[in-house]
Design a protein around this ligand. Structure first.
Ligand SMILES: NC(=O)c1ccc[n+]([C@@H]2O[C@H](COP(=O)([O-])OP(=O)(O)OC[C@H]3O[C@@H](n4cnc5c(N)ncnc54)[C@H](O)[C@@H]3O)[C@@H](O)[C@H]2O)c1
Length: 315
């Protein structure tokens, strides 16, 4: 058992869906938390009380270095990114700029102040591409097909090449869902379907609906970000459930819970979206003693309740 030590953790993207919940967990665990976010997608309302916040674009290296030198973090957790596969196809340059150059800047700033560990939120959903075998292990070849997958993988490679005194951790998340995801950012199919059904709007499925995804609850993702703080931990870890769910089944499940009869409209598939994605989490189970704990039906129910509450609060 590693002894607890209070860390000063600088978290990028801390106003976003996942980052804000990781920030909250770090605070509760007794760490100091400094957030960098440009609020392009994240919301001030997501920020937990007790964090120091800088509104800064990670593409601005000078500003980043200034903050790192002032705050002297011991650990960096990098969640800031643009996160839509679809949008990355429409604006690939922007995605390369933020997701690759921005990450290189965070690594540079971290190494100037001698950070002990840098944790990077990568995408197990996008970097493997159309993998040959399911569930996908970390050792499988990574052949991303979307600009988003390509820039997340390129950033991983830069980070891993800097592993040394600064330990590096790559968490390859599957499809993350749960309370707090923003439907207006067009992220997360569970949030989008639920939001549409609750508002009486039409949902669309790109492709035949038989594509499978591995849905991991945000609370399990937060727990993974806690366990990798342990000093001995470094390396690449898939964070998913090992279970694949066809999109159409997920749609019908939500429709049943919400008692909605409307069917989705099927549109032509996006060639940049993979057909199947299910992650093996054997390595995380063995080396991190982490495992997914939130059952899908309970996670889905919680998510629906949270979206319903948000919709009522906004009218
Ligand atoms: N949501 C998922 O299913 C999923 C899956 C795999 C990996 N990830 C990764 O997890 C991380 C967080 O994703 P999320 O779902 O919470 O997304 P999100 O959009 O809710 O959060 C991203 C945050 O980064 C901030 N940001 C964007 N560009 C920035 C910039 N140039 N400078 C500073 N801040 C900037 C946004 O304002 C936002 O607060 C991302 O790195 C993403 O690639 C997410």
């Amino acid at each position: 058992m590693d002894n607890f030590k209070e860390e000063k953790i600088l978290l990028t993207g801390g106003a976003g869906f996942i980052g804000s919940q990781v920030a909250q967990a770090y605070l509760l665990a007794g760490h100091k938390v400094i957030i960098i976010d440009d609020f392009s997608r994240g919301k001030r309302g997501n920020l937990p009380e007790g964090v120091i916040v800088y509104q800064v674009d990670i593409c601005n290296l000078d500003k980043l270095c200034e903050i790192f030198i002032r705050e002297q973090p011991t650990i960096v957790n990098h969640h800031a990114a643009l996160v839509s596969v679809r949008e990355s196809c429409q604006h690939p340059e922007l995605y390369w700029q933020v997701n690759l150059q921005g990450t290189v800047n965070v690594i540079e700033a971290a190494s100037t102040v001698g950070v002990k560990k840098l944790i990077y939120a990568s995408s197990g959903g996008a970097i493997y591409g159309n993998a040959k075998a399911m569930p996908i292990r970390e050792s499988a070849s990574a052949e991303p097909i979307s600009p988003y997958g390509k820039n997340k993988l390129a950033a991983e490679k830069v980070l891993l090449s800097r592993d040394g005194n600064m330990k590096t951790v790559v968490l390859r998340y599957a499809n993350v869902y749960g309370p707090g995801q923003d439907a207006l950012n067009n992220n997360g199919v569970i949030t989008i379907f639920s939001n549409n059904m609750l508002r009486g709007n039409q949902s669309f499925i790109y492709g035949d609906g038989r594509q499978t995804r591995d849905f991991i609850h945000v609370r399990d993702v937060v727990n993974a970000n806690l366990v990798v703080l342990k000093p001995r931990v470094r390396g690449i870890f898939n964070i998913g459930t090992g279970i694949g769910q066809p999109l159409i089944d997920v749609y019908l499940w939500i429709a049943r819970l919400l008692k909605v009869a409307k069917m989705p409209i099927f549109l032509p598939g996006n060639p940049y979206e993979v057909k199947h994605n299910v992650l093996s989490v054997q390595r995380a189970r063995e080396k991190l003693e982490w495992q997914p704990c939130v059952p899908f039906d309970r996670g889905l129910w919680e998510t629906l309740q949270a979206i319903e509450t948000d919709i009522h609060a906004s009218v």
